[in-house]
Ligand binder design. Sequence first.
Ligand code: PMP
Length: 400
Amino acid sequence: MIEDKVDILRSEFPIFSSNPKLIYMDSAATSQRPKSVIDKVVEVYNNYNSNVHRGIYAMAEKATQEYEDSRKEIASFLGADSDEIIFTKNTTESINLIAYALLPRLKRGTITITELEHHSNILPWRKIASLAEAEIRTVEVNEDGEISEADFEKKIPGTSLLSFAHVSNVAGTIVNARELVKKAKAQGAMVAVDGAQAAPHMKLNLHDLGADFYALSAHKMLGPTGLGILYGNKKLLDELEPPFSGGEMVKEVHKSGQEWNDVPWKFEPGTPNFVGAIGFGEAIKYLNRIGMDEIEKYEKKLSKILLEELEKISELKYIGPAENRASLLAFELNGYHPHDIAAFLDSRSIAIRSGFHCAQPLHERFGFFDGSARASLYFYNMPNEIEALANALKELVKLQ
Ligand code: PMP
């Protein structure tokens, strides 16, 4: 049980010994990294730094082997095959990559998203919709920030592609992804899932889920920055043209033409972030050692305590469901600007995020026109930190 060993786990994260007072509640923006991941990155640079899939000398082969082993580790963690795992820069790039690759298939089609989306799952589709003369439909959410079933049923017929966030980074809604995928597929739509806030916190099996694409970022789940994953159904990936091209994504290039490389390398033009990919493999090993089921169980408890403690503050208004929510809470407090809340909490060494969290339409849907303050947790947070947050907010209310 994580409760019994959270101190030990925290001691494996150098950030907490460098900042002994820090109460870090901004893991939805980026998580902290354990020493094993930091050490792995340093090990690559110190011992076998060389470009992958190029040199045939021993050191380059070692780097390539580690890079591809990491892909296998990630694939198995996600319940996918390694040739379905494409290394990108982040979730944003993964979604853009799908959008551009699907452009020819979306000509005069219909792209359906939801009101829960992060800008990264809105703007690439707006861009593609304008290039493909496609229509965008947006499925509404109810007052609890949950996808309206009735509106979904209304908007899904005729959809060419459905793209939705598995977990909302603002409302904390955990979307029933399986159900949405099943219903969309039954209507013949392709499905892409933004898993940026889901993959760090729950056990996934992408083959079981059945979506065509799934996007995530390593930096939100203990891995290095600058690395994202795009999972794609192998059959679709084989069929799609790579939207970006250049070195290493091609087998042969002649004066008159070229032959693309196999999947997944066809979608990885140029020198990849191989150090980040190898570091992410180490992060996955760390998550596997704790166990995603354990992480999910512990975070459910944290999430409940977070809501219970903050709900006691009558001046606080939050977005999202009261139950079955992720371990984050986006809120307003008695007319305080979210940045003022964050600055006050910073004076108590509590790090939270304030603003729109790249989800302005969702804030506007709930009348949060200045954005919100958001506390977001991970398995290294503790109940006494939530208590400290609640006490600081109560103090702030009294100052008015
Ligand atoms: N989608 C969601 C739901 C997110 O929370 C985030 C990160 N805030 C992203 C997409 C984008 O992730 P990245 O900035 O790593 O590309």
